[in-house]
Every structure is written in C-alpha cells, then in structure tokens.
Design a protein around this ligand. Sequence first.
Ligand SMILES: O=C(O)[C@H](O)C(=O)CO
Ligand code: MG
Length: 261
Amino acid sequence: MPRFAANLSFLYPEVPLIERIGKAAADGFGAVEYVSPYELDKDVIADALTETGVVQALFNLPPGDWAAGERGIGCLPDRVEEFRRGIDTAIDYAKALKCPTVNCLAGLAPTGADAAELDRTLADNLAYAAPRLADAGIALVFEPINRRDMPTYHVSTTDHAERIMAMAGVDNLKIQYDFYHMQISQGDLIPTFERLFDRIGHVQVADNPGRNEPGTGEINYGFIFAELDRLGYAGWVGCEYKPKTTTTAGLGWMAPYLRRA
Ligand SMILES: O=C(O)[C@H](O)C(=O)CO
Ligand SMILES: [Mg+2]
C-alpha cells in the first residue's frame, strides 16, 4: 500500500509552512517533505512533527538562493565550497528532524557553461556528500527535472542521472523519481521505474498537464500505485502537486488508500 507524504512546498499554500504540518496530519498524511527547512528553526519543526505525529520524509540540500531563481547548486563549479558547507547544515537538520533522506538539486546550467564540467562538478559533489551522509545514517538522492518547467536544469533524464551516478562511483546515491517530471522528459514511466528500481530512493507524484492532483490528467496513477506495490516500493510517495482548488478538497484520489491502510 503506498504511503503518502505531503509536500508542503506545494500543499496548503494558504498557511505558513510550519502550520502546514498540522494540516497534513489532519488530512491523513503520515509524513511531510518540502524544498527547504533551513528558513525555520529546526527545533520548532521537530516540535511540530512530534505534536502532530507525522514524520519527516525528505528535504533538499541547501538549494542556493531560491528566491533569486536558483534551483540547486550541485553542478555549479564556482559554488563547491558552499555545497560542501551545506552538507553539514543538512546533516544537522536531518538529525534533528529524524529525516532519512535528502535530495540534491543539480541546479540550472549557466549560459555558455561546459556541460562536461557541470557533470564533473555534480559527480564530485555527490561523491563528497554520499559517504558523509551515510555516516550520519542519511540516504542521498538526486532528481531529474523536466526542462519545460526549468528550461536549463542540468539533469532532466534518468539516462543522464545514471551517467552521473557512474561518474560519482559511490554507494548511498540514488535517483528521486518524480513521475511528473519523468512523464514530460521521457515517458515510459513504469518500465523505466522497474528497470531502475534498485537505484530509486524516493518517489514523487503529480499529474500532467498542470502538475495537479493524481487523477486530473493523463497519468494512470491507479496503475502506477498498484505497480509500486507489486514491485515492493516501501518508501514514501511525495505528493508534490499544485492543488486545483484547496488541498483538502482535492484529496479524493487518496481516500481509497487511506481507507485500506
Ligand atoms: O520541483 C521538484 O520536482 C523538486 O522535487 C524540488 O524539490 C524543487 O524543485
Ligand atoms: Mg520533484
């Protein structure tokens, strides 16, 4: 049975991030995830998790200046020092929040950048991060993101992600498989998921077009959730979608899974 985590960077946008944790718990989510916890005091988040009874499933490594349009710094050659400092920060937060997995955003390729140098930087950064996170008991994933939404995002396919993993050559490094991005970037959702099953560490969902709730578009999530069960995916399924109306009103798609849980 899929276990769903509310992605609080997308869900419950009407209230501040810290209040979204209680809303997710009230709606039946067992876990939460979000882009970045670093703007909040980690003890305040930890208290909110304890009070509401949900667990932290995932957050990203420090992603650079999000408000200025940055979407990660993993591939940026002039940001390696900052990336490495960010590993310590992420470990600090992950320990406080008992978070089992963190996601690395590769980032947007600067105009005119040498793609091979960006690959090398990303692979080296992941090779630096993976064992340090492993020592702290934290899994590392990184995520291909479609280039329609983020036109210059450096890693947009699983083929590219596999090449980066081969270059990094480390354990404790897996792919975050976001079905929405994968549908746009390459399709063939379940055959690819099955082929890469042992190399996938986290899953996220939204429908296409629109990035709204499962069931609002072309992706057959009933089939996908059954396949996750058949293949034995035991991790959280991050609900990273834009609610069509309100989050709570749009949760009908999740009801059958809650009832049978
Ligand atoms: O957008 C996504 O799919 C990511 O998962 C993310 O964390 C921020 O871009
Ligand atoms: Mg995602």
